[in-house]
Design a protein around this ligand. Structure first.
Ligand SMILES: C[S@@+](CC[C@H](N)C(=O)[O-])C[C@H]1O[C@@H](n2cnc3c(N)ncnc32)[C@H](O)[C@@H]1O
Length: 246
């Protein structure tokens, strides 16, 4: 039963704050670990789950996660501690575009292009943060199907969104070559959206009479409606592993 005073959870039902299945995560981590990095940078890391998984696979690697969200970073530090990775990872509270950072062998930017501006801004800014010969995992919103004008307006906060071919073009234009191209499945989106909403829904079940219940219920209903009647199957999410030449 949730603790009413604590309010709804904070991404408590999500392993990753993007539509990412365990199976795809394992494949992505294996591909990044195969590059045998010594340094890994996660820009807009949240709690840095994928960063930690790469470090767990590559004992010689150390990593830095940068994010502006102190609660997410605290979760990352706690997870690093329980995995015995504290000595090999730093979670830094900073704006990714402003954090001074040495180029890394592997860079991760998952769902965090907004930290740099548009997708193109992000890919151009990430290029010098990746060592020559390195690998970048870039996950970003895309259109799976052409959106209506109404949907573009509703999701204006995402900035300019392109399709999968478009984001690959942008990556190539920024100097990368594509090594692996994928996009989130409907099942990944359903798991992600359900997990996102579960903070509110689980809390509401145990707190029907709480003074905050009305606005939390309204927020949950509005989000679910926007997903199921709006962007479901239209908004997608790309997973690119792209390389910088040696
Ligand atoms: C969709 S979440 C993805 C988090 C993480 N990459 C993951 O896959 O779970 C986007 C993250 O970007 C972070 N963020 C937003 N603006 C940022 C900025 N200017 N600098 C660093 N992080 C930022 C947010 O705090 C949030 O944790």
């Amino acid at each position: 039963m949730p603790d009413a005073d604590a309010g709804p959870g904070y991404y408590a039902y999500l392993t990753y704050n993007v539509p990412l299945s365990t199976m795809r995560a394992h494949r992505l981590v294996a591909a990044l670990a195969a590059a045998d990095p010594r340094t890994v940078l996660d820009a807009g890391c949240g709690w840095g789950e994928l960063l930690l998984q790469v470090l767990a696979c590559v004992p010689a690697a150390s990593g830095v996660g940068v994010d502006t969200d102190p609660r997410a970073l605290a979760r990352g530090r706690a997870n690093a501690d329980s995995l015995g990775l504290t000595d090999r990872v730093r979670f830094v509270e900073a704006a990714a575009a402003e954090a001074t950072q040495e180029p890394a062998d592997v860079v991760i930017c998952l769902g965090s292009s907004q930290a740099f501006g548009s997708s193109a801004d992000a890919l151009h800014a990430l290029y010098p943060l990746l060592r020559p010969g390195g690998r970048l995992l870039f996950g970003d919103a895309i259109w799976e199907r052409p959106p209506t004008a109404e949907l573009i307006e509703q999701l204006a906060g995402l900035g300019t969104v392109t399709d999968l071919a478009g984001v690959v073009d942008i990556a190539i234009d920024a100097g990368f070559r594509p090594l692996s191209i994928g996009s989130a499945s409907r099942a990944e989106w359903e798991e992600f959206e359900s997990g996102y909403l579960a903070d509110w829904e689980e809390w509401l079940l145990g707190n029907t009479k709480h003074p905050d219940a009305g606005h939390i219920r309204a927020a949950a209903d509005a989000h679910r409606d926007q997903w199921l009647r709006g962007y479901r199957d239209v908004l997608g999410f790309s997973y690119l592993i792209i390389g910088r030449s040696a």
